[in-house]
Design a binder for this molecule. Structure first.
Ligand code: FMN
Length: 454
């Protein structure tokens, strides 16, 4: 949208409104120079300056008008880097609020360039134009799905959404660390399932217009444009209310209210800021929970495409035994996937030396990369590569995304690095990932999944 607005302005400059103005001014300058030779020196200088400025605008405008859409799009994405220092000055939660509002209003660039062909893939029968997704927590209330997908993410996960609206923990509750990290103890602040369902309902109408992401054989115009600013894939991440005593009932309510809008569903049992939540990762608890949620989902009326896949998001702070239990449940109950991982309660070096590291909450960003990638590898081995895994934690470059894929991830997510790097990071990661695959001789991304575990 920003692109088309800018181009429209330049078109107007060139064709209609402004183009005539400098001509008039030039004519005026010329004729007045002949008929009124006694103009003061300062006025002449002023006219010269105005003429030069208008000339520059015309030349610049003409140049922009003639460049192709892809180049212009690249400029817009690069230009967003100029805003990053301003955001860094703001309180993290205020900066986040601003970013979500801007994305909701379409005040961010829209990706018009097709993704590199070697990073597209199909998972759960759905086409992903690239494997880079936005992790849960950024758009908790599904306010900016279209804008965020338009940035070029292969998929966007909203939530965590709880049945009843919650304020979350007292502020401040998000802290920046200079190591490219964050600590947060938000505690599932959100508007609740009903508000999110209403919002998705409005958007779902739009999403429904384009069935291409669900129907790979479609050859409509929209299908051809998939992977640019297409509708993309939407994940819905479900949480539980802080005071709720029946966790399963909370997730089931989430399924009943939101699953019709989701391309995939996530049971989040790994946020460290809701007391008792991580206990649900235990073998027996997880088994009971997944069975109830699967039953709730399967009881609903689904069209020929069937119900949305169900995934579980786990913590990076699990023992080998915990991981074995989760893998056993995932395989036995035919879970559709696992997201590895959420934030960590540990404080790996070099963060541990920072006084901010004493803040209570989950650590995300670069210092989480090794921990979450190691867990990912272990889980890939334990599940024998049979279940799609989404690698999440500390991804801030195409090289990081590639490492996650080699460690067993079919798809990759990020949050913190996007917060620091802004929109320009997304095309950069995709281009770097495509280069990594090409460098190592992988024609398709799927060939690289788990190669470091074999
Ligand atoms: C401020 C903040 C809020 C988050 N909220 C959620 C959430 O509601 N649900 C969830 O599953 N994960 C949440 N996460 C975790 C992220 O989805 C992700 O798993 C984690 O940050 C690791 O990825 P990263 O290092 O790329 O940020 C949140 C993370 C941050 C920084």
């Amino acid at each position: 949208m920003a692109l088309s607005v800018s181009r429209k302005i330049y078109r107007e400059i060139l064709n209609e409104r402004v183009f005539s103005t400098p001509l008039l001014i030039a004519r005026h300058c010329f004729s007045s120079a002949q008929t009124a030779p006694n103009i003061p020196h300062s006025a002449k200088k002023g006219r010269l300056l105005t003429g030069a400025t208008i000339g520059l605008v015309i030349v610049g405008g003409t140049y922009v008008y003639t460049v192709d859409e892809a180049t212009f799009c690249g400029w817009l994405f690069s230009a967003t880097k100029l805003v990053n220092p301003f955001f860094a000055l703001l309180d993290p939660e205020v900066a986040h609020r601003l970013a979500v509002s801007a994305a909701a209003r379409g005040w961010i660039p829209r990706e018009k360039r097709p993704d590199p062909s070697n990073i597209g893939l199909e998972v759960w029968g759905r086409k992903f134009s690239n494997p880079i997704g936005l992790a849960a927590g950024f758009d908790k209330n599904a306010e900016a799905v279209d804008g965020l997908l338009g940035l070029g993410f292969g998929f966007v996960e909203v939530g965590s959404v709880t049945p009843v609206p919650q304020e979350g923990n007292p502020k401040p509750r998000i802290f920046r660390l200079p190591e490219g990290a964050l600590i947060n103890r938000c505690g599932f602040n959100g508007e609740g399932v009903v508000a999110v369902a209403k919002r998705l309902d409005a958007q779902h109408g739009k999403r429904k217009l384009d069935e291409t992401s669900r129907n790979p054989s479609s050859s409509t115009d929209e299908a051809k444009h998939r992977g640019k600013a297409g509708p993309g894939i939407l994940g819905v991440n479900l949480g539980k209310n802080k005071t709720s005593e029946d966790a399963a009932a909370d997730y089931v309510q989430g399924v009943h209210t939101l699953s019709q809008y989701a391309d995939y569903l996530v049971i989040n049992v790994s946020s460290p800021n809701t007391p008792g939540l991580r206990m649900l990762q235990g073998r027996k608890q997880l088994e009971d929970l997944v069975k109830k949620v699967q039953a709730a989902r399967d009881e609903m009326q689904w069209g020929k495409e069937g119900p949305p896949p169900l995934l579980v998001k786990i913590a990076p702070d699990l023992s080998k035994e915990d991981l074995e239990d989760i893998a056993a449940v995932a395989l036995a109950l035919c879970l559709d996937g696992l997201i590895i991982s959420n934030t960590t309660v540990s404080r790996p070096d070099p963060v541990s030396k920072n006084p901010v590291a004493r803040e209570v909450g989950g650590l995300s960003g670069k210092p989480l990369f090794n921990l979450s990638t190691n867990i990912l590898k272990e889980m890939y081995v334990l599940t024998k590569g049979k279940i799609p895994l989404i690698g999440c934690g500390g991804v801030s470059s195409g090289g990081d995304a590639y490492q996650k894929i080699r460690a067993g991830a079919t798809l990759v997510q990020l949050y913190t690095a996007f917060g620091y790097g802004g929109p320009a990071l997304i095309p950069q990661i995709k281009a770097e990932l495509a280069e990594c695959l090409e460098r190592d001789g992988f024609k398709f991304i799927t060939e690289a999944v788990g190669v470091d575990c074999r």
